[in-house]
Every structure is written in C-alpha cells, then in structure tokens.
Write a protein that binds this ligand. Structure first.
Ligand SMILES: C=C(O[C@H]1C=CC=C(C(=O)O)[C@@H]1O)C(=O)O
Length: 425
C-alpha cells in the first residue's frame, strides 16, 4: 500500500488551545511537542506508519526509514522535509521492567497520519495516508474548536517511593566510585500520587504556563500519557550542524533575583557540581569525535534556569558528515542521565533502581526524512496510567555525593511538576 503525503501551508496563525481541544478528542496515539523557544511545535495524531519491530532501537528505526522512502509516494525531494518521524524511545532496551508503562511500554515511534507542524514561523497541515483527505475541511474542523479551558485536577496521596532505600543505593554507588569501578552514575527514583478526573492536554497547557523555559511534551497512547517540561535538549539537527549540550549540576531557584544570583554564582564555582558537569561535557565531546565530527564548546559552563532550579549548562556544537540516528545512538544516554562509563553505569542503574525507567530520561522528539530534527531528554517528567501518576527524577552521583543532599535535590526535581497536576478552578 502506497501512502501519499498531502500538505497545506497556512497563511494565518493557529491557536494552540484550539489544537489541543481537537487533539483531546483524538483516540491516539497523540503527540504534543514544542521546544523552549517555541520555534518548533508539533501536534500529531494517529499512525500512518510504525516500525514493524518489537524492539524500537535506533538501528531498527534507521533500517525502517530506508524502507519508508519506498512506501511513500513522494513527488520530489522537497517532500522529505514534510515527513516527520515522531515519538519516544525507551531509556534502556536491556531493562524491560515496564509494567507501569501500558501502551507506551515499547516506546513509540511513528509517522503520524495527521500533523500540524510549526517551523520557521509557519504552520503546516501534513497528512500521510493512502486515502485522499480534504485538508481544508480538516483545518476548518480544527479552527472551529473552542479554546481548551483550564480544568481542575486533584492530586492526592502523593508520596515519594522508598526514599531511604534510594539513599542507601546512593551510598553504595559512592563506594563503587571510591573503589574506581565507575566514575559517575545518575540514580533516579519515583514519587506517586492518585488523580481524580483529568485531561492530559490540559496538563500540557499547565506545564506550558508554569515552565516557560522548557520543552512541553505529551505522548499519549491508550491507557498511558507521558508529560514532560524538560529543560534539556539531547540534540538538534539543523543546517548541517549538530547542536547539543551538557546539563548537569543543580541548585535551587526561589525567584528572588538576589538570592538566585548568589546561588548561581556558588554553583558555577562548586567543585562537586563542576566535576559532575565536566564528565558530561567530556562524554558528549568524545562520543561526537568518535563519529569524526568537529566539536566546539565554551570552556566554562553557564547557568540554565528552570522554574524552580538552576543547572550548569555547556552548549556543544559539532559539524561534519553525520547520520542523525547514529548520533542519537551514540549520545544516548549522555552521562547526564546514564553515567560514566556508560555500560557500567547502566548495569548499576538496573540493579539499584526499583523500577524500569521506561521512557524516563529517553529521547523524545522528531526527525524528518530530510534529516532535520530535534530530540529532548525526557526528564522533569511524569506518567499517567489510569488514575496513577508516577513522577521520576535523578541526580548525578559522584565520589563526593552526600545521600541527604541528593535526596533533597531529587525531591525538588520531583516536586517541580506537581503544580500542573493539582489545578484548582
Ligand atoms: C536526571 C535529572 O537531571 C539531570 C539534568 C540536570 C541536572 C542533573 C544533576 O544535577 O544531577 C541531572 O544530570 C532529572 O532531573 O531527573
């Protein structure tokens, strides 16, 4: 069966609240994704094509894309830019403790049947389907929606899951580091709560309001919805360049300019956080150099501020000939989410964490057939399955980590999303 690509370029702006209201009525899968400067926004619904594989690895998706080109009836190379592959990978294909993740438990990568995309200040409606679809009519349906209204949600029975057990794992990891078995491990833990009635698209809107300097992501399939307001980009492919960065090292932010500035200055000089950060810069640089890319980055980190935290951040740029999926495979997980060395850290994560990470810490984003794209690292993230909310947060454990302060840091990270799930009328 051959699929056609149809496109309508819009001359007007579209209200995201209307798109969300339309998306809310779609069975799914559904993706709502925008980057922090809102230069790219994607709202996708239904599957036109999905990789025919049990294991959605980077290599499998790469192979699948080779066959996709032959299944699509493309009228010219300019259409490559229109076909978006979207979704999220699993954090670790070796760790299949995924009972929480429901319909998302294999990760989810697909070419959407319907996509509203916003790139370079322009909205486009792109449909990939065997049938001819009346695009004008579909657009009218979306434009005629009313704006999605804020709906109340109530979070109750919120609790962090076995924090003392996690602190004991931190101590264990610190010992392993001191015995030079590993240099850094990012150890994550969870918190859980129960929700009354809720609307995932509404929570996305809350995240957008409360976390202006972040990606805003919803990936929803059947009984599972993942939501994220992550500040961390894994990688962007644009104009033949690879744009990535290291985000690691954390202090709090209370929205008092003087105090926050003081904390930021202390973070920029703190040897423990600088060491933790440097391992990420080094890990990313080495990975890209191994792919024969020329890498550049400033010597000193800067501050990346979120709604309630401040991080050390080093932007990293690379150029040369590259294959995006090969870069994703090589970068993920960076030592900001896995550790150093990568494989040892992943084994320890699997041993010490109480549940599989599923899509936590994993790449979520898009790639076009023209090899452009952008992937966020799915942190500051929660999973909704039926009425249960699970939040994840991790912290980089290094030789001088103190379990109590790592507990506090992960508690702050867990709490950063809470407000979005507890909305009063
Ligand atoms: C793993 C997380 O954060 C990473 C990103 C920024 C700072 C980090 C840190 O300071 O440990 C982590 O590497 C998380 O928020 O769950």
């Amino acid at each position: 069966m051959e699929l056609k690509v149809q496109k309508l370029v819009l001359t007007e702006d579209l209200a995201v609240t209307k798109i969300l209201n339309w998306l809310r009525q779609q069975d799914g899968p559904v993706l709502a994704w925008e980057n922090p400067d809102q230069s790219t926004r994607l709202f996708a619904s239904q599957i036109a094509l999905q990789p025919m594989t049990e294991q959605i690895t980077f290599a499998a998706v790469s192979q699948w894309l080779d066959t996709v080109r032959s299944q699509l009836q493309l009228t010219g190379a300019s259409q490559w830019q229109d076909v978006h592959v979207v979704g999220g990978f699993l954090f670790d294909m070796q760790d299949l403790r995924l009972q929480n993740w429901g319909a998302l438990s294999s990760g989810l990568i697909f070419i959407p049947k319907i996509l509203l995309s916003y790139h370079a200040n322009k909205w486009q409606l792109i449909v990939v389907s065997a049938q001819t679809v009346d695009l004008e009519n579909l657009l009218t349906q979306i434009k005629q929606q009313s704006a999605l209204k804020t709906a109340a949600t109530e979070l109750f029975a919120y609790h962090e899951v076995m924090p003392r057990k996690w602190a004991a794992s931190v101590e264990k990891i610190v010992q392993q580091i001191q015995q030079q078995k590993v240099n850094k491990v990012v150890l994550a833990r969870t918190a859980e709560g129960q929700l009354g009635s809720y609307c995932p698209e509404n929570i996305w809107l809350q995240l957008q309001k409360q976390h202006p300097n972040a990606y805003h992501i919803l990936l929803r399939a059947k009984n599972a919805a993942l939501l994220s307001a992550t500040p961390e980009r894994l990688v962007k492919f644009a104009n033949g360049q690879v744009l990535t960065g290291a985000v690691a090292g954390t202090t709090t932010k209370i929205n008092d300019a003087k105090i926050d500035h003081k904390r930021a200055q202390a973070l920029l000089q703190d040897p423990k956080n600088l060491g933790e950060h440097q391992l990420v810069v080094q890990g990313i640089t080495t990975a890209l150099q191994q792919l024969n890319l020329q890498v550049q980055h400033p010597k000193q980190p800067q501050i990346l501020a979120t709604a309630n935290l401040q991080h050390l951040f080093t932007p990293i740029q690379a150029h040369g000939r590259f294959d995006p999926l090969q870069i994703l495979a090589k970068l993920h997980p960076t030592p900001a989410l896995g550790g150093d060395p990568k494989q040892t850290a992943l084994t320890l994560i699997c041993q010490e964490e109480l549940q599989g990470r599923g899509l936590f810490g994993a790449p979520i984003g898009y790639l076009t057939l023209a090899q452009t794209g952008e992937w966020a690292v799915n942190i500051r993230s929660g999973l909704l399955k039926e009425q249960t909310l699970t939040l994840w947060a991790g912290a980089g454990i290094v030789a001088d980590s103190d379990p109590t302060s790592e507990l506090q840091e992960t508690s702050n990270k867990l709490k950063s999303l809470l407000l979005a799930f507890n909305v009063k009328d």
